[in-house]
Write a protein that binds this ligand. Structure first.
Ligand SMILES: NC(=O)c1ccc[n+]([C@@H]2O[C@H](COP(=O)([O-])OP(=O)(O)OC[C@H]3O[C@@H](n4cnc5c(N)ncnc54)[C@H](OP(=O)(O)O)[C@@H]3O)[C@@H](O)[C@H]2O)c1
Length: 264
């Protein structure tokens, strides 16, 4: 019987690459996002906004009509917001937490009965290196991804007795639509911050657009799915693994001295 994989954020970037890849591998794929993928696709798709409780309720109901169990849930949907903390609005901050954290929690909660109905189901949350190392002028994004990593850890322990494995993948800069889709700051340059916001965002965008391919992340997700006992967090890419390792070994003061040089 084909394994069933539900992928949020399947209309673009990493989620879309994952949907196409796993469909090609014979999985029954169910994609989810606010809009359908722009290019032709040949798998099931349900629409839903992760920022809306009623959308998630309806989307999961639709998924329940397509399958009686879910083997893998990939929580990939996510948004970014950049800018100085001083100029980010409450509305923006609410929005990013609603999609990246609360929405991820709520869809996972709603799909749990279907995951429990499978044998040895897995949940893979897409976090970020930015959840381990706070990137200035992207602080709220870093905060949400850090929350995703903590969510992974708690969920993993709580679901262990049910045989459901939980892990997160932590991509570094990846070339996707994420850069263009990110909420741009209203204040990019002024007398207070000079050009620090602009320089930081330019570096971030340059690194993303010259970053790894979405498939590098998908391959890591595939390896995780294939493992009986998944690691808790897997960083994608050698240089990012090294960076995360250094951040754990060296004093935080030194680590953030480097981050300041890079993005401050
Ligand atoms: N690109 C990077 O450098 C990078 C690095 C580390 C981690 N990540 C993480 O990787 C994940 C995928 O990002 P990506 O790079 O592939 O970006 P992307 O190309 O912008 O894709 C984001 C996906 O999330 C969906 N989405 C956004 N808001 C949503 C909402 N409210 N409800 C439902 N779906 C929503 C989008 O679909 P719709 O617009 O159709 O809803 C789209 O399918 C994200 O969690 C991101 O934080 C990315």
């Amino acid at each position: 019987m084909n394994k069933v994989i539900v992928i949020s954020g399947a209309s673009s970037g990493i989620g879309k690459a994952a949907a196409e890849y796993f469909h090609g591998k014979g999985y029954k794929v169910i994609g989810l996002s606010r809009t359908y993928p722009k290019e032709k696709y040949d798998y099931d798709y349900v629409l839903g906004d992760l920022a809306k409780e009623s959308d998630i309720d309806r989307a999961v109901e639709e998924i329940g009509k397509l399958t009686d169990h879910v083997d893998v849930l990939v929580n990939c949907a996510g948004i970014g917001i950049s800018g100085a903390i001083e100029y980010n609005t409450l509305e923006e901050v609410n929005k990013i937490f609603q999609v990246n954290v609360i929405g991820q929690f709520y869809i996972t909660k709603k799909i749990l009965p279907l995951l429990r109905a499978a044998n040895g189901a897995k949940i893979i949350n897409v976090g970020s290196v930015a959840g381990e190392l706070t990137i200035p002028f992207q602080t709220f994004y870093s905060m949400t991804k850090s929350a995703v990593h903590r969510f992974t850890e708690g969920l993993r322990i709580e679901l262990k007795p049910f045989g459901i494995g939980v892990a997160s993948v932590l991509p570094g800069d990846t070339k996707t639509g994420f850069t263009a889709n990110r909420y741009q700051p209203r204040v990019i340059e002024n007398d207070l911050y000079k050009d620090r916001i602009k320089r930081s965002i330019n570096k971030m965008e340059h690194d993303e657009q010259n970053g790894m391919t979405p498939m590098s992340v998908v391959k890591v997700i595939e390896r995780l799915i294939g493992r009986k006992n998944m690691p808790v967090h897997v960083t994608v890419g050698f240089s990012y693994k090294f960076l995360v390792l250094l951040s754990r070994i060296f004093p935080k003061r030194f680590v953030y001295w480097i981050i300041t040089k890079m993005y401050g």
